[in-house]
Design a protein. Structure first.
Length: 454
């Protein structure tokens, strides 16, 4: 019998959160005044470039800067008059009319210039770590976007509020529900989409097993539970909810259909690229189409874009070519299908790179070809869901060291994402001790939608 993707139904249940565990109930509060201009709920595709791309070598080039700053890359013209990008992004250069570049993203503290600290800020839309949070995953962490969405607006149709793929950024915080508890965790997938053994069989009913049969088994289980004669613990209640979600996923088959990349024409798959990044973005698009409101596509394991050594060789050979191809295909695909109109697409890392060339500065492993971490300004791409394409928002100084126009912090990116998801920005979440926290304290990046504000 041919092998299949090593995701069993037991794994699928685990992905759906089906692990019994007691957890105090959290209170849901959303008392903010209604905004007459509030956007209807839309989807979000967050493309995370783990490790921090070099902004000065990609979307904020400084050809007139000194050689020790500008580096060896040349800039090329784009669709946007007067705007130039790196020569190793030829496809995206031809598509600046489909997305907007923000060159003045930043973090609020130099102390956050560490992957383990910056990553959870960017992936949850907050500027500060919660007390008790560390540099590794824990239940003290701030909830990620998908977890916040599930908490504020829980689903009842069996589909998850969010899916992260094709691997988890281990062991960094910021990728699950944190202090909200495991009930609100998004799905975390670890799959090789180019593996010929890849199959989403775990997401569908086995051959010959009907929905009616599944419903009968569920009803029988319900009767057994009802014979206990005593109340269920919080952990048992949570498990029952997640088990019900598993029943719904198996009976509907929606996700199994989305995961079946073989349904895509080979020409479409080829446009994205045969590499993992390309197929991950293709699957992300299919999941958005299937009704998953937020998908996080991690392009690179932890530190993959981290170029303390060989910054230019790394960007030229292993980083920019697959990103250029896959992200360009994603924009084309989503625009052609109309999906881009209803989906906010964001692509960014956790920070940028030092303007002055030199990696591991001040250490015995100093590299003259690297760039270190830089939190004061970096670039991100935004498209769809009402974003005015073709803009270049924000200006930095002559060495791309500091913004000379407004900085947009992680909380502002978060406010923009939450607003597109239809989440009230005045929502409050509570931790295990009952302490209340504003879900978000940023401002929606209105310049994305109104060119007169840029």
């Amino acid at each position: 019998m041919p092998g299949r993707l090593p995701i069993t139904r037991r794994d699928a249940l685990r992905l759906m959160g089906g692990v019994p565990a007691a957890w105090p109930a959290a209170e849901r509060v959303a008392e903010g005044a209604e905004d007459d201009n509030k956007r209807p709920p839309r989807s979000v595709l967050f493309v995370f470039l783990a490790g921090g791309p070099s902004h000065i070598d990609t979307f904020d080039m400084k050809p007139d800067a000194p050689a020790e700053v500008r580096g060896p890359f040349q800039s090329i013209a784009t669709q946007t008059a007067g705007y130039r990008v790196c020569e190793h992004l030829p496809l995206l250069a031809q598509r600046t009319g489909k997305y907007t570049v923000v060159r003045t993203l930043g973090l609020k503290s130099q102390a956050d210039a560490v992957h383990e600290l910056a990553t959870p800020l960017v992936l949850s839309g907050t500027d500060y770590r919660k007390p008790g949070a560390t540099t590794v995953w824990s239940r003290h962490d701030w909830p990620c976007y998908a977890a916040a969405l599930e908490f504020v607006r829980p689903r009842t149709d069996g589909l998850p509020s969010g899916i992260s793929l094709p691997y988890r950024i281990e062991p960094f915080p910021g990728q699950d529900a944190g202090f909200l508890g495991p009930l609100y965790d998004p799905w975390q997938l670890n799959v090789d989409l180019n593996n010929p053994r890849f199959d989403a069989q775990a997401m569908r009913l086995p051959d010959g097993f009907s929905r009616q049969r599944l419903q009968r088994r569920g009803a029988l289980l319900g009767r057994f539970r009802g014979q206990g004669g005593h109340g269920r613990t919080p952990g048992q209640q949570q498990f029952a909810k997640q088990q019900q979600r598993a029943y719904q996923v198996l009976s509907r088959g929606t996700l199994a259909h989305a995961f079946d990349l073989e349904r895509e024409p080979q020409a479409v798959r080829d446009r994205y690229g045969g590499h993992l990044w390309g197929q991950a973005l293709l699957l992300s698009r299919r999941l958005i189409q299937a009704g998953i409101p937020i998908v996080q596509a991690n392009l690179g394991h932890p530190y993959y874009w981290d170029t303390h050594t060989e910054n230019f060789q790394g960007h030229k050979e292993r980083l920019l070519p697959p990103f250029d191809r896959a992200f360009s295909a994603l924009l084309d695909d989503m625009e052609m299908s109309g999906l881009l109109e209803e989906t906010l697409v964001v692509a960014m890392g956790e920070f940028g790179r030092t303007p002055k060339i030199g990696g591991n500065v001040g250490t015995p492993t100093y590299s003259p070809t690297g760039r270190d971490h830089w939190v004061f300004c970096f670039s991100g791409l935004f498209a769809g869901a009402g974003v005015r394409p073709g803009q270049v928002i924000g200006r930095t100084d002559n060495t791309a060291s500091y913004p000379i126009t407004d900085t947009y912090f992680a909380s502002d990116v978060g406010a923009t994402i939450f607003a597109n998801l239809g989440i009230d920005l005045d929502s409050v979440v509570h931790d295990r001790l009952g302490r209340g926290y504003p879900l978000n304290e940023g401002q929606v990046m209105q310049t994305l939608y109104d060119a007169s504000r840029s």
